[in-house]
Design a protein around this ligand. Structure first.
Ligand SMILES: [Zn+2]
Length: 322
């Protein structure tokens, strides 16, 4: 059974994903006075859509509102198909609109990442593979801008006495939101707080401190004192704020580790990655690990703990002694 009644007019539909991990995404459905409201919808393929349609049919009622937690394929790829079929309004954070082009055209992202990785010590073989290995599967769908953009603190109405409160939580993705149900106090955490893994934090250039944003957003969840929390992947988390605190500690340890690796002298981000992550990473894992490493090093740079030396063709990070 892919659809579970969680009580209080909330259901969970588990939709399959075409990945080794995570294998599924949780789509949460809320009863509202003008139909059903759904948070996240999975990828745009037959298996994913079948799970969503059969789940909605089992719950009963028509979909009036679709919400995307953030602009990642496993959460919103099927949105366009679902909106065109149901006529539902499309709700995402207001910053989403600026990222639609990047989502729909992978070559933009590949070129930016290849340039950054090359400047930070990656081999030509790696950067060439980045540019070549970028075929975009159909199930990515085509992202569309939200019809109803929302911001931190907004209320998504479910009825006269009930709403979902928007908590803006950038970091894993700059348009990520969490939701709090005003009736039950349940937290719906998307990918921001997950049960077993710590969410990936990207690198998109030195002008962004995504890890700083992420740690700030995680502190907001710690401050919520959230108990039962429903993530986008895996099982529910009994104490959401406690889990958020654990994730903070993980990143603080990683920041300390990286500073330790730099004690022996300046290193490229690629060298720091190799000493921080386990050996023999696959190409995909390297692609994620170099971004995580750069996100951490750039955060340390903002904090004044490291500085960039060298040239735009071969950057190295050096401790400042602070
Ligand atoms: Zn996800």
């Amino acid at each position: 059974m892919t659809t579970t009644d969680l009580g209080d007019g909330i259901w969970r539909i588990v939709a399959p994903l075409p990945f080794a991990a995570p294998k599924t995404v949780n789509c949460y459905v809320f009863e509202s006075d003008d139909g059903l409201t759904m948070l996240d919808c999975g990828v745009d393929n037959a298996a994913g859509l079948a799970a969503v349609w059969s789940g909605l049919e089992a719950i009963g009622g028509s979909l009036s509102t679709l919400i995307g937690s953030h602009l990642h394929v496993d959460h919103i790829a099927a949105a366009r198909t679902i909106i065109e079929t149901t006529g539902a309004r499309w709700v995402m954070h207001e910053t989403t609109t600026d990222d639609i082009a990047l989502y729909n055209d992978w070559s933009l992202r590949a070129a930016a990442l290849a340039e950054a990785a090359g400047a930070h010590g990656a081999s030509t073989e790696f950067t060439t593979s980045l540019l070549d290995d970028w075929e975009r599967p159909d199930w990515y769908g085509t992202a569309i801008a939200p019809t109803d953009p929302i911001a931190d603190g907004d209320h998504i109405r479910l009825g006269p006495n009930r709403h979902l409160e928007v908590v803006y939580t950038p970091g894993h993705q700059r348009n990520h939101i969490c939701l709090v149900d005003s009736l039950t106090g349940l937290l719906f955490s998307g990918d921001h707080v997950l049960p077993r893994i710590s969410p990936f934090v990207p690198y998109t250039g030195p002008e962004h401190d995504h890890l700083g944003d992420y740690l700030h957003s995680i502190d907001r969840i710690v401050d919520l004192d959230a108990t039962l929390t429903h993530p986008a992947h895996g099982v529910e988390i009994e104490r959401g704020s406690e889990r958020a605190h654990q994730i903070t500690l993980h990143h603080r340890r990683r920041l300390d580790d990286m500073l330790d690796h730099l004690t022996t002298g300046p290193q490229s981000a690629w060298q720091v990655m190799e000493s921080t992550f386990r050996p023999n990473l696959s190409f995909l894992q390297q692609r994620l690990a170099i971004q995580e490493t750069l996100a951490h090093l750039e955060h340390l740079r903002r904090k004044g703990k490291v500085r960039l030396i060298g040239s735009p063709a071969a950057w190295q990070y050096e401790r400042t002694g602070r």
